[in-house]
Ligand binder design. Structure first.
Ligand SMILES: [Zn+2]
Length: 402
């Protein structure tokens, strides 16, 4: 491995460590739900309540900004959120610049009697879109003063309008219909499960991989929009609550048990056989002994110059690797080594070849829940989205909630 790549791995390991400590995420690289987060989403969650706020999301487009350029693609008014009084009227695609002035907002340099404003179209049309930072979104736009006196920009959308902008970032819109539908239901379930993720900051979900990548209308694709619409309201549940519907790119042939990744049991995230035809079905990465020594010292323990590497336990994905060095010995799990070395998955065997330590691995991601490439393979064989989800999430129910 070249020095540049090695530095990139170290940086990657550092960033991964930062992410895993601070966040819970559906993204494969940081797919970690802290124990305490497990049932957070369910407290305000009710069945068959179409008008319920449970199926509306406040997405934090920006928090802590000093200025927000906002607008709509058709003529609109800016209203005070509390009273509903009209603060300004603007033409379509003309942006209003909002800043904080004292303890009030100012629109285009004019102070208004409001701390929270909302944009509303003059004519309600199907094609209405709000604009922030040059991006178009469905739903409404709310700009308010946050706790620290700067601006919070919120996009209030229905769950399904949100999914239209997230699913195409998660799975290629060119994939088969039932794979896209399975992805839409997994993303819907995960959004409801994590709904209170940012409640202390005044919104539900953010737009990055920390929650789910949400890019608004520009990213939408007809096939993924259809998958969201054809599965409208369907949510995976266990014990009557939305499940933690994590997913990953490819499993390497078998998905993982939750306890092997997170350290605690989960009844529906169980290891199942999986077909892996992905580009990452097999991969190989090697490090020099000196690079490996440095990685171990940085992320675990300095065992000195490495003398031997041995697989202690190689059953399924839960490998344990023993490193013997001039200063000591250490046993590390596959999950730990994955994070330490920036490997694509924790399913690998390790060998030494000359002065190299070589990892031969399979799959990409944490291995929990649905394998996306596996879902693709099942869809191509004619399986339904329900078949796919029930294969990857053990003993779950699929309920139509709205
Ligand atoms: Zn987030």
């Amino acid at each position: 491995m070249k020095l540049k790549n090695f530095t990139a791995v170290l940086l990657g390991v550092f960033l991964w460590a930062v992410c895993i400590c601070s966040f819970s995420s559906v993204a494969e690289a940081t797919g970690y739900i802290p124990k305490g987060e497990k049932n957070k989403a369910s407290s305000s969650w009710k069945k068959n309540n179409t008008a319920s706020a449970d199926y509306q999301l406040n997405i934090g487009l920006a928090n802590g900004v000093v200025q927000a350029s906002v607008g709509m693609n058709s003529e609109y008014t800016v209203l005070d959120m509390a009273s509903g009084s009209v603060l300004g009227r603007f033409k379509g695609n003309v942006l209003s610049v909002i800043i904080v002035s004292g303890n009030r907002l100012a629109i285009n340099g004019k102070k208004v009697n409001s701390q929270s404003v909302v944009l509303k179209p003059i004519n309600k049309l199907e094609s209405n879109a709000v604009i922030y930072n040059g991006n178009k979104y469905r739903g409404a736009l709310n700009v308010k003063i946050n706790k620290s006196g700067s601006l919070l920009v919120l996009n209030n959308v229905t769950v399904d309008d949100y999914l239209m902008g997230t699913v195409p970032s998660e799975m290629s819109p060119s994939w088969s219909k039932s794979a896209l539908e399975a992805q839409a239901v997994a993303a819907r379930t995960y959004a409801l499960y994590t709904k209170n993720q940012h409640s202390s900051e005044g919104y539900d979900l953010c737009t990055s991989t920390h929650c789910q990548v949400y890019s608004g209308i520009a990213k939408e694709s007809p096939s993924t929009t259809l998958a969201v619409k054809s599965t409208q309201g369907y949510v995976m549940t266990y014990g009557g609550k939305p499940i933690c519907a994590v997913f990953h790119s490819s499993s390497g042939g078998r998905t993982e048990n939750a306890e092997n990744v997170w350290g605690h049991y989960n009844p529906y995230l169980r290891s199942v056989a999986d077909e892996d035809n992905s580009p990452n079905k097999n991969w190989t990465v090697s490090f020099t002994s000196a690079e490996m020594q440095k990685l171990l010292a940085r992320g675990s323990k300095d065992v000195g110059a490495i003398k031997s590497v041995q697989m202690v336990n190689s059953s399924d994905r839960s490998a344990v690797v023993r490193f013997k060095g001039s200063k000591g010995t250490i046993d590390l799990s596959g999950v730990k080594l994955r994070s330490l070395c920036g490997l694509k998955s924790s399913m690998f065997t390790v060998r030494s070849g000359g002065r190299q330590i070589i990892f031969d691995g399979h799959g990409y991601g944490h291995g929990l829940g649905m394998s996306q490439y596996g879902a693709k393979a099942m869809a191509e064989k004619g399986k339904s989205w329900q078949d796919i989800l029930k294969h990857y999430y053990t003993n779950i129910s699929i309920d139509k909630m709205y």
